[in-house]
Ligand binder design. Structure first.
Ligand code: MLT
Length: 408
């Protein structure tokens, strides 16, 4: 019989959001017709911007014409989208990124999950705790975690984020090869400032480590002093790969388009000390395993950078941030201790002393009919905390807060 990849045996039973869906499904089965407000998974609710839809329709028409038909596209994305990304998201903001350092994909989740393949199975990995589960799970699958001991994988370096350090990870006191950072952070909604990010870049330069920087939520940064890209920090172009997405910026969760930035200057070494560009390794990987994002979707993504598109997208982000303010204000008026929600679409609640997050999940669901995400699902340090998303519809978000005020 074929042998399995036994690393899978080290994984927790199911993926966090699949488990939440299972629990909500079971609740609805025994309470048919219950009116549930979902503020759990960070899925957007506003329709695609008109400029995006127009581009999608027009590209679909093109595809139906002899001259406009497109078959396989370049695996790393069409030039029109790569150059719009590099120009608007980087060069116009004073960051030198070349078009061929942009790789278009079908989502940041898949990019951040797949990217670890480029590193040796022996590389050491640092993740924050709590953490977006994909970073950890994919390294477990690849055999970099070791086994679980007292709630911790033996080979993973955990960067504890708690109320005591404001949910900001401290630099490790040991060497690591791969560091996952997410800013604005999912799940805590906190953002690394320039000084904090500089320390990470200095650490990575000194340790010859690579930072895998997830900035899928950068559009939610309102404070002009906070860095939106790791490449705002000098030296980051030698040590960092940046993951970005149209999902949360432009409502593409169901449409699927994202990109990864890999400067030519980020290197890894082989066993003989030979240096290799991560950019070229990823190109090799993508051309082998990926056939590109559909033309229609890439045209839609490019429309995000038109004058109209940029204005419309800004309005969408402002809509969700207004939701975040509604959640924050409502819960603060109840005396809750909160993090995030100012430069991020996630609000992270500190639960009353002693309350377990899974218990709060159940109470919130059964008493208020509101779904959130238990902090423990993001790691042991998430215990005692709870995440709400600002991606709901306005009236449902208002209602959720009213229900929480009445019932919790
Ligand atoms: C979340 O709720 O954490 C996000 O939706 C996850 C994701 O973007 O994959």
């Amino acid at each position: 019989m074929a042998l399995m990849n036994e690393n899978y045996l080290n994984l927790a039973g199911s993926y966090l959001f699949a488990e939440i869906n299972r629990k909500v499904g079971a609740y609805l089965k025994s309470n048919p017709g219950a009116d549930i407000i979902r503020l759990g998974i960070g899925d957007v609710t506003q329709p695609l911007a008109p400029a995006v839809v127009e581009a999608m329709v027009s590209a679909s028409r093109e595809m139906g014409s002899k001259d406009g038909f497109h078959g396989y596209g370049p695996e790393q994305g069409y030039e029109f989208l790569r150059s719009a990304i590099a120009e608007y998201d980087y060069r116009k903001r004073g960051i030198a990124v070349a078009d061929d350092e942009i790789f278009v994909s079908d989502g940041s989740k898949s990019d951040v999950a797949n990217f670890q393949e480029l590193f040796s199975g022996d590389c050491s990995v640092a993740i924050t705790d709590p953490v977006y589960p994909v970073y950890l799970d994919t390294n477990i699958m690849a055999g970099r975690s070791g086994v679980m001991n007292n709630g911790r994988y033996e080979k993973i370096v955990y960067l504890k984020c708690t109320a005591e350090n404001g949910f900001i990870p401290a630099i490790p006191d040991c060497h690591v090869d791969m560091i996952y950072l997410c800013s604005p952070n999912n799940p805590t909604g906190t953002v690394l400032n320039r000084e904090q990010l500089t320390r990470w870049v200095e650490y990575a330069l000194a340790e010859k480590a690579v930072i895998l920087f997830d900035s899928a939520y950068e559009a939610y940064i309102a404070d002009a002093d906070l860095p939106r890209s790791i490449y705002e920090i000098p030296g980051a172009e030698k040590v960092a790969v940046e993951f970005r997405s149209f999902s949360k910026t432009a409502g593409f969760t169901g449409t699927r388009c994202a990109y990864t930035v890999i400067p030519h200057t980020v290197m890894v070494s082989d066993g003989n000390g030979g240096l290799h560009e991560l950019n070229q390794l990823w190109l090799r990987r993508q051309t082998t395993k990926f056939n590109g994002v559909p033309y229609v979707i890439q045209r839609a993504a490019a429309a995000v950078y038109s004058d109209e598109g940029r204005r419309q997208i800004k309005e969408q982000v402002a809509y969700y941030m207004e939701n975040a303010a509604i959640i924050r204000n409502g819960l603060e008026s109840m005396g809750w201790e909160l993090y995030g929600g100012k430069n991020a679409p996630y609000i992270w609640l500190k639960l009353p002393e002693g309350e377990l997050s899974m218990n709060f999940f159940d109470r919130l669901l059964t008493k208020a009919g509101v779904v959130g995400t238990p902090g423990v699902g993001f790691g042991p340090c998430g215990e005692g905390c709870f995440r709400l998303t600002a991606f709901g519809e306005r009236n449902r978000t208002i209602e959720a807060i009213e229900r929480i005020k009445l019932n919790m």
